[in-house]
Design a protein around this ligand. Structure first.
Ligand code: NOJ
Length: 750
């Protein structure tokens, strides 16, 4: 018996010791003190190919608690999480929902890898800021960064780790509903804004108030033909490098964690499967270290493009091109393990993609504190806070562009007794917001009507003027005319519903509806000063209406504080300072119209006259309002443009000085813009290119000297291989308050 016990203990003791050791062993990837790289390597060793494919799988989430918990589809998604087959969800939001889903991933999956929660937080999460296009018109880079950081803070408190912003697509086409999401038509400015948005969203990614950003849509999605969403793109590498890529690159240089493939093709190959764009440019040339996510189903949609034969082929083509995470088309999860088993895709290729995603999960601290972003208390305290609303109002004030102001109709004089406010949209919460409002609610927003009532109380008399569907009738027009006739000033909110801005909102007629023109014509007859408050997510064609009104205030879509901001500007409490970052076309047939076009072989003379020039016979070549244009209640005068040298070497800096005087009666802020032109080059250059700007404060009667420095980089351009060149020869430098009216000087690069 003794012998038996001895023999048993002989075997049992080491076994027990081993078992004990096993249970207390801390897996390296769970060890907080190990380096991220060691943790990733450890995890990769433990993961099956199915689990690796799972990390590349992003699904549309939805709700998982409450009644949704019993939904078969939702249950199936949770089962996939348990099996390690989901790396990320989009559209799961709120501390409660994100925590519930995260718990399953962390506690019930084999390796406990946390999920990443992504959402389109485009211009605010709960506190909605002006649409990105409007915000960009402020040219206030610190404010733009702050707006993004507030959006990130609110989103982070609601459990989100990642937003699909900023959109860095350059576009010249107001028919495209998504111009609202960008920073307008200029490449240089687009790059500056993109970098600011990334910094605001991400900070250093070392707290619980910042989230991952996404550079999208890579690449050239802004060039969709005829402005139609999801349409074809056909641009040259020359345009790709000079016009389209710099904003994406600036965002990546600012540290953007992720890049989204675009839906379009480039050189006949869908962006998701485009090796030149993803591997050659993004990963190899730019050395992008983050991860690439598809756009919604853009991997499987390569089948529709006629580029992939089936889901397996799509997965193969996507990953071979360097693309990584699959948003919602499920071709990775369904095919990657097989592709690896067949030797078509190497495990290194898969590991390369997976480790980039794991990196950000570690970087955000999710392996150590998986619920750190899902904090109900912080969520309640952060969302729509007083401070956030105050910043949204500042941002909205600075986004409103004054396009016309004859006879100083604005600001509204303090002696005014009665103000007619006309327009269905002015009171409609339904039409106030665009498509991309994250979890914002128009119920929390101040309409134009509310804002003006706050400011002017009973002096406001409202009438509808037109219907929800933008039609009108005699009754509505007569009531508006009657109200206008007995008022001192008439404010008419025209434009198009906010709902018409965003994805899948292409318009063939980006115009003021005919019924609103009819209304304005009737109002004009009253002889009262008429102010058009234009609401739209894009520049509309204002050619007809500008003749009918004294003032045009471009209100865009301004977010939660819309009405207060409009009242700030109309009353003069805020002196408008914004300048449009997209040209306002004169007519639809002119689109695309943009300031930085090429000269052509037959440039139209400045007197707009003569034959055999590149011109229209029925309209001018110039837009109605050019890039960089916007008025103020004061006037700024530019004089004394100077450069320090008329000939520079490529290593020299050119110093440019100009005097700007506030010659009016109001204090204000002016956006001083510097453009250049490379007159002759081996690849033609635009007639003007923005290269610098400063937003300066000028008190009434104040005069300031503004100094710019230009370096060789500012004077260079890309060839079709993406190599930067500075060529000697003649240049021009221009400075002014918009892209059309400028002072100019010539200089030479030796
Ligand atoms: C499609 C859009 O093109 C993209 O911008 C967006 O981020 C995704 N859908 C996710 O909603």
């Amino acid at each position: 018996m003794k012998k038996l016990i001895l023999a048993l203990s002989f075997f049992a003791i080491p076994f027990l010791l081993f078992a004990q050791q096993k249970s207390t062993e801390v897996k390296l990837y769970k060890n907080k003190n190990a380096s991220i790289q060691d943790r990733i390597n450890d995890l990769l060793k433990r993961m099956t190919i199915e689990e690796k494919a799972g990390q590349l799988n992003q699904l549309n989430g939805g709700n998982f608690t409450g009644p949704a918990a019993n939904d078969a589809g939702q249950k199936a998604k949770m089962q996939m999480v348990r099996e390690g087959k989901v790396g990320s969800f989009l559209n799961v939001t709120g501390a409660i929902e994100t925590k519930a889903a995260q718990k399953v991933a962390v506690e019930e999956s084999r390796l406990g890898i946390p999920l990443l929660f992504a959402f389109d937080v485009i211009h605010g999460y709960k506190t909605i800021f002006p649409i990105p296009l409007a915000e960009a018109c402020s040219w206030d880079i610190p404010q733009i960064e702050k707006n993004s950081s507030i959006a990130a803070k609110e989103a982070a408190a609601a459990g989100l780790h990642w937003t699909f912003a900023p959109m860095c697509d350059i576009s010249n086409d107001p028919r495209w509903g998504r111009v609202m999401e960008g920073a307008g038509e200029d490449t240089y400015y687009g790059a500056v804004v993109a970098a600011a948005r990334v910094k605001g969203l991400q900070g250093n990614l070392n707290d619980d108030a910042h989230i991952l950003s996404t550079v999208k849509h890579f690449a050239v999605y802004g060039a969709v033909e005829a402005g139609r969403e999801y349409n074809n793109v056909d641009v040259s590498r020359f345009s790709l490098w000079n016009k389209y890529l710099p904003p994406y690159k600036a965002a990546i240089d600012a540290g953007a964690a992720t890049v989204m493939n675009s839906f379009n093709v480039f050189e006949g190959v869908p962006a998701s499967g485009n090796k030149y764009l993803v591997k050659d440019v993004l990963l190899n040339k730019w050395k992008f270290k983050g991860f690439v996510v598809s756009d919604w189903s853009s991997f499987s949609e390569m089948i529709n493009h006629g580029y992939a034969a089936n889901g397996k082929d799509a997965a193969y083509k996507a990953i071979s091109a360097g693309s990584m995470m699959d948003m919602e088309s499920k071709v990775m999860i369904e095919n990657l393990p097989q592709l690896v088993k067949e030797g078509k895709i190497s495990i290194q290729e898969v590991d390369n993609a997976v480790q980039r995603i794991l990196y950000y999960k570690f970087k955000l601290g999710l392996f150590d504190e998986p619920y750190k972003f899902s904090d109900e208390q912080r969520e309640a305290a952060t969302e729509l806070s007083k401070e956030n609303r105050a910043e949204a109002r500042k941002a909205a004030d600075a986004s409103i562009v004054l396009l016309k102001n004859d006879h100083h109709a604005l600001p509204i004089s303090s002696s005014i007794k009665k103000i007619a406010l006309i327009g269905y949209y002015a009171k409609s919460k339904e039409d106030l917001f665009d498509f991309w409002i994250a979890n914002g609610s128009a119920n929390d927003a101040i309409t134009i009507y509310d804002g003006l009532k706050n400011k002017y109380g009973n002096a406001i008399e409202y009438s509808q003027g037109y219907n929800a569907d933008a039609t009108t009738n005699d009754e509505l027009i007569n009531a508006a005319v009657q109200s206008a006739s007995s008022s001192d000033i008439v404010l008419v909110n025209i434009g198009i519903s906010g709902k018409m801005a965003g994805e899948d909102r292409a318009l063939a007629y980006p115009e003021i509806p005919e019924s609103q023109i009819q209304l304005l014509k009737a109002l004009q007859k009253t002889g009262k000063p008429i102010v058009a408050l234009v609401s739209s997510g894009r520049p509309l064609i204002l050619t007809k209406i500008q003749l009918l009104v004294s003032s045009i205030v471009q209100c865009w879509i301004l977010g939660t504080e819309t009405g207060n901001a409009v009242a700030d500007v109309l009353s003069g409490d805020y002196n408008p300072s914004a300048k449009t970052v997209m040209s306002f076309p004169y007519a639809i047939g002119q689109i695309p119209v943009y300031y930085n076009h090429f000269n052509t072989n037959r440039p139209l003379p400045t007197d707009n006259d003569g034959n055999w020039y590149s011109r229209y016979r029925d309209i001018p070549n110039a837009p109605l309002f050019p890039f960089g244009f916007g008025l103020s209640y004061t006037n700024y005068e530019y004089s004394n443009l100077q450069i320090n040298k008329t000939a520079i070497r490529s290593s020299d800096e050119l110093i440019v000085k100009v005097t700007v005087a506030n010659s009016g009666k109001f204090d204000g802020e002016e956006i001083v813009q510097l453009y250049i032109r490379d007159v002759t080059a081996s690849l033609i250059r635009p007639v003007k290119e923005l290269k610098s700007f400063q937003k300066i404060k000028l008190k009434a009667a104040e005069v300031k000297e503004v100094i710019f420095k230009l370096t060789s980089k500012d004077l260079s351009f890309y060839d079709s291989n993406g190599i930067l060149h500075l060529e000697p020869g003649a240049f021009k430098v221009f400075v002014g308050g918009n892209s059309e009216h400028v002072l100019e000087k010539d200089f030479i690069v030796q």
